[in-house]
Design a protein around this ligand. Structure first.
Ligand SMILES: Nc1nc2c(c(=O)[nH]1)N[C@H]1C(S)=C(S)[C@@H](COP(=O)(O)O)O[C@H]1N2
Ligand SMILES: [Mo]
Length: 263
């Protein structure tokens, strides 16, 4: 896989370089193209830049986030946002140690799933020590243990049209006159299939604690903290998030944050 990526990257780099050389060569050959104000030249340069930007974007999103060592963990993961949901359903789950918790996976899937924590834990497990960057300007390194989201999606089987993964959370983050607003997030398939994107049930060698999102939270290591939904209640595979919340793809996105919070 790694080999293949390097090969593809190298091929694209070479392709890009080849194109740039050809354009330069062309500029020398055709006088009118040497004029920076020439619309054809401007068009060709822009097309070239766009192609390279698109390639770079795709390649960068495949890359792995940096992973660290145990001794890099210098402080506990700082709890942020909602840290102790008071929603009735959640409080009941805490009281029973999440024994009745079930993750539902539905939407554009062939085989909808209802998974207990034990079932999730019996699936392939991934452990990674990564840095969490919050948009507020702080970072924490922690070890996360969980099941790759890709494995859960493979088990459910995607149906045609599947474009985004919607994570619905237990916690009410805001109370308004029209009722409570629950935290939610969406990611696309590139991030969903990324090897470091996991549904984490463990942190720093123990069960994921309530302040950090028990029993299950998302880790999507190439993006900022607000994308990493805690207290996951359900996963839905959707073709659009236009009809959810205010339509921007997440609680904070609905309030002005970027949908793609790449770091
Ligand atoms: N359900 C839910 N998920 C959430 C939040 C939240 O308030 N509710 N806060 C987000 C923000 S802004 C950050 S920085 C991280 C914090 O994760 P932590 O508490 O483990 O540090 O969770 C994210 N996921
Ligand atoms: Mo955050």
């Amino acid at each position: 896989m790694y080999e293949r990526r390097i090969t593809r990257r190298t091929a694209l780099r070479l392709g890009g370089a080849g194109l740039a050389t050809a354009t330069l060569g062309g500029c020398k050959a055709f006088d009118q193209l040497a004029d920076p104000a020439n619309p054809l030249r401007r068009y060709m340069e822009r097309a070239n830049r766009l192609t390279m930007a698109a390639q770079r974007g795709l390649l960068d999103r495949d890359a792995l986030a940096q992973e660290f060592q145990w001794f890099d963990i210098r402080q506990p993961q700082r709890p942020n946002g909602v840290t102790n949901p008071q929603d009735a359903e959640y409080v009941t789950h805490v009281a029973s140690g999440f024994s009745d918790y079930r993750l539902s996976v539905s939407g554009l899937v062939q085989r909808p799933q209802i998974l207990s924590l034990a079932e999730l834990q019996s699936m392939p497990t991934r452990r990674q020590i990564t840095r969490h960057d919050c948009v507020e300007g702080w970072s924490c390194i922690a070890q996360w243990t969980g099941v790759p989201l890709s494995a859960v999606l493979e088990r459910a089987g995607l149906r045609p049209g599947a474009r985004f993964i919607l994570l619905r959370c237990f916690d009410t983050i805001e109370r308004s006159l029209s009722g409570g607003i629950k935290y939610y997030e969406t990611i696309d398939m590139v991030d969903a299939m990324h090897p470091q994107t996991i549904l984490a049930f463990g942190m720093n060698g123990s069960a994921l604690p309530v302040p950090n999102g028990a029993p299950l939270r998302l880790r999507v290591e190439r993006q900022l903290g607000y994308k990493m939904a805690k207290y996951i209640r359900a996963i839905e595979v959707v073709d659009s998030f236009a009809g959810i919340g205010r339509g921007r793809g997440g609680y904070w996105e609905d309030r002005g944050y970027e949908w793609y919070a790449g770091i």
